[in-house]
Design a protein around this ligand. Sequence first.
Ligand code: NDP
Length: 445
Amino acid sequence: MNVDKIMNDLEKKHPGEVEYLQAVREVLESIEDIYNENPQFRSANIIERLIEPDRVLIFKVPWTDDEGNVRVNLGYRIQFNCAIGPYKGGLRFHQSVNQSILKFLGFEQIFKNALTSLPLGAGKGGSDFSPKGKSNAEVMRFCQSFMLELWKYIGPETDVPAGDIGVSGREIGYLYGMYKRLKGAHTGVLTGKGLNWGGSLIRPEATGFGAIYFVQEMLAIKKDTIKGKTISISGFGNVAWGVALKATQLGAKVVTISGPDGYVYDPEGLSDRKIEYMLELRASNQDIVRPYAEEFAGAEFHAGRKPWEVKVDIALPCATQNELNAEDAKKLVGNGVMMVAEVSNMGCTPEAIDEFYANEVIFAPGKAVNAGGVATSGLEMAQNAMKMRWTRHEVDERLLQIMHNIHEQCLKYGRRDDGFIDYVKGANISGFLTVANSMLDMGIV
Ligand code: NDP
């Protein structure tokens, strides 16, 4: 494989799709050696078949706002790869959504889903509609219109969407209600459902819990534990609150949260009561970050800044892609950070990752760290298929085991001769081998 040639060809075909091209290059660079050692991949043109999605669905989503104005957004579903199972991946509703972002997320999902060892193919979707600032009725009308088109292309054995940025329990409820009405059947097609109608215990907090289980595995290699560590996180959404809750329960001190307009530094750290307070604000669609600083003595709001300037042991980006750049990485390194694990997808820029590697900061990529979310979606699908519900303890045990196994895969393919663990390489190679070998087994399809 010649990475530069493949990337040049891909750039010509998809000019300007910056995030997608970034994600593909990162994977190709880390699997290059193993690919070239196995000529069967070359002869089946596995890479050329893997880097393009199976199909890209784009549709318009007309809806009416509360003032009676007719609005139009774009809806997408990228069905990327189904070698090991039905397409699986979240829906993102945010004004920044475009084809490049959804293709990068769908591509990453291939390797992440394979790492879980569950039979899950890869997809992603969403819209440039942002629920923030919209009424419940507006969000419902939008979700119903979105599903009016999407339902034709999804199903429990073909494509199973879930949540992502801007899509939580409320949106999944409206989407599922419309799907059920159109289909005339309770098929369990979405994950992240409400507990009363097919959802799984632990799913809402699974991405965050899984991330902390993974961090514990990383620390264990260093004969260390999370207890007493200071942690900075960004955002305070679906995944960040699970991270904050589990880390706090395990005795770590989470000292930051953030939003697009700045961050809060709380030297005392989050507590169950503070997390509860933020969840109440979130549930009623209110801003979290500034009100937090006003509510709790000692907490400081830093407008227009990012949490990566705070001195911590562990940094966990939890908000969005490329949210931590080289400059941020230099600040973290300068302050003696020991570990950085992406909970957001592609949370760090390539230059930031180079900075961590150059300074021997232990770094792990989102596709390994945040895989607990999709894994628990897989567990929700299994429970739906069996018409059963596992207890909280059963789901949590399975999640813990899956995160342990993912870590083992990273060690197997990422441990260097000098003992340093290249988690990026480990995760990419493991995921690639599972999917590429499955594609070989099935011929040219
Ligand atoms: P949410 O929408 O629930 O939360 C995102 C959070 O990040 C919000 O607090 C948001 O603030 C904040 N935010 C958004 N943009 C910025 C920015 N530019 N700077 C700082 N903060 C920002 O999304 P999720 O928690 O679901 O997703 C977060 C990340 O985790 C994404 O990368 C997603 O792909 C990834 N992920 C999510 C999974 C899931 O199960 N939901 C599974 C695996 C990965 P505000 O609300 O004020 O905009």
